[in-house]
Structure formats: C-alpha cells, structure tokens
Design a protein. Structure first.
Length: 328
C-alpha cells in the first residue's frame, strides 16, 4: 500500500514539475509582452494602384489572424499591433472574434482570454475606410461568445451599413456567383462583413455575407482549417498542410464553377496551449516567407487570394502584396 502511495505521489509531483517547467519555458520563449517597433512606413492605400477591373477574388491580400489580440498575454496574443495600425500596415482582411463580457461591454477574445473592447475597433475601421476610399476591407466574424452575434450585427449596421460603408449584395444573384464577379471598382470604399454560414443572416440581410471553414457550396468565403494540420511543425505544415488547403480551394472551384474568396490560414497553432503563438511564429516566420516568395513562379498562385498571418507588419504585407505583380 505504501509503495502504491509513493508511486502516486511521485507521479503527481512529476506532473506538477513538468507543468511548471513547460509554463516557465513559455515565459522564457515569449515574455509576458512583446516589444513592437514603430512602423516608419504605411501601406494605407496600396489598392489605389490596382486596376479597377481586377476581380477581388484575383487579388492577393494580406490578412490578419485573431486580429484584435494586442495586449493579451503570450497564450492569446497573435498580433503586436492594433487593427488600426494593421490597416496602416497593409492588412485588408481581419479575423474578428467578439465576446459579450457584460450587458454593455463587448471585447475581443481568443480561446478563454479576453482582450480589448470591440466598439473602438469598429470606429477605427470606419474612420480608415472613410479616409481611404480606394481600399476594400474584409471583416470575417469567425466566432462569437455569450450570444454576442445579434449585438455585433446591430453595431456594424449602425456604424458601417447606415453610413453606406458596407458592401450590399444583389439578392437576385447567388451570393457565391456575385462575389466571384466583383471587381475592385465595385468594392472600393466598402467593408464586406462575413458571418458564419449557420447564422442565417445572409439569407435576409443584404449587408451580411456567408463564410465557412469547409468546402461549402453555399458560402462566398471559405477559410479552410483543420487543427491537426496547423498543429504540425513548420516544415511539415508548409509541405502538407498548405497544399491540402489549396486542394480544397481547387475542388471548390471544380464543384461550383466559382472561386469565391479564399483565405489561406498559414499560421501555426500551439496545440499544447503552453508556448503561445509568438513562440510558434518565431520558428515559422522565415519558412513561411520563403514559401510566399516561391508562389511567384508557382501554378498555385492562380488560387491564392487572402494570406492570413500572425504578427502582421509592413514587411509581411509588402511581400504578400508583391505577388499581385506576378498574377496573370
């Protein structure tokens, strides 16, 4: 009996020690906050130099993963800059997740972690698109918490739609077909708001579009994601995960006849929830940048639309935007 108790005690102590070691490792690799530098260059009107007749689905657009996580601890933080600063850094696609923290407080969340308030972000987006009417912003509301969806819909209606800053669809045309044929001249000075396919809003509101994470034939934005792929190490993810997502996009085109908007989720996921996004990105950044450069001469470039990254910067955006010059 004493031997069994001793084994259990040792196991518990070992588990605690390993847990503390992993936790401390996360702190050492990341720190509790990350230093950011002041960008000396802005890309607040890069779309101005793209032809009006270019289709939105054929543009290569810098995107931001878990966009509003500035200020979170290392477990939740995927961005060093606010969404306002990311807009100035060239990002035009934003992954936004809203939690209703209380009756009058709505915040960004990432997993169990809450962050900055949502309403000031919405105001910044409004101010940016008014000041830069050559641009188009894609707002992808991927996840909601604590019944925040209806309130978020009302907020974007008041702040953006009623100020004629949201793209509205032609309800006489299938949404996927409509978005696939949009030209940049149709979307300049507008935001495009995406809610999950099962929200039902896209069926009765002309300013809400429908998004999905699989090869759904009923949505105009697909953001393929399989956690097992994004949890791979950087080299395997680039050689196995990204080609899988591109194959999904190619299959969607073959099945529907339309591309729609396609988000390439190129970030890595911390499956253990210990080391955090920044530690993953440090080992992935250079590999992914090399992959993006390789797209210049790849047949896959035809399918590349939105490339979503952690820790958006001017340099990362410039590399993605430059791919537009290699597209036919």
């Amino acid at each position: 009996m004493k031997k069994k108790t001793k084994i259990i005690t040792i196991s518990i102590v070992s588990f605690i020690v390993l847990g503390l070691a992993s936790f401390c490792g996360g702190v050492i690799l990341n720190g509790t906050c990350f230093a950011s530098y002041k960008e000396t260059k802005t890309l607040n009107n890069w779309m101005k130099y793209i032809s009006d007749d270019k289709k939105l689905i054929d543009l290569v657009i810098p995107g931001s993963h878990d966009s509003g996580t500035i200020g979170m601890n290392w477990l939740g933080n995927t961005q060093n800059y606010s969404i306002k600063e990311q807009l100035d850094s060239g990002a035009r696609y934003f992954d936004i997740r809203v939690n209703k923290e209380s009756e009058d407080k709505y915040v960004i969340f990432h997993g169990p972690i809450n962050g900055v308030e949502f309403k000031p972000i919405l105001d910044d987006i409004k101010d940016f698109i008014v000041a830069n009417p050559s641009e188009t912003i894609i707002l992808d509301f991927q996840h909601f918490k604590n019944d925040s969806m209806e309130d978020v819909k009302n907020m974007i209606d008041i702040t953006l739609n009623r100020n004629n800053l949201l793209l509205t669809k032609d309800t006489n045309v299938n949404e996927l077909e409509y978005v696939s044929n949009l030209k940049l001249k149709d979307t300049r000075g507008k935001c495009i708001a995406y809610f999950p396919e099962d929200s039902g809003y896209s069926n009765n509101l002309n300013y809400i579009f429908s998004r999905g994470e699989g090869a759904s034939k009923n949505v105009s934005l697909n953001s393929y994601y399989e956690s097992s792929l994004n949890k791979l190490d950087s080299t395997k993810f680039i050689s196995e995960g990204l080609p899988t997502y591109l194959d999904d996009a190619k299959r969607h085109l073959k099945d529907t006849g339309y591309k729609g908007l396609f988000v390439l989720q190129s970030q890595l996921t911390d499956g253990m929830f210990i080391f955090g996004p920044y530690a993953k990105e440090k080992g992935h950044d250079n590999n992914l940048s090399n992959y993006i450069d390789s797209l210049r001469t790849s047949s896959d470039l035809e399918y590349i639309n939105i490339i979503m990254r952690d820790f958006v910067s001017v340099a990362k955006s410039e590399q993605i935007i430059a791919l537009n010059t290699y597209k036919i």
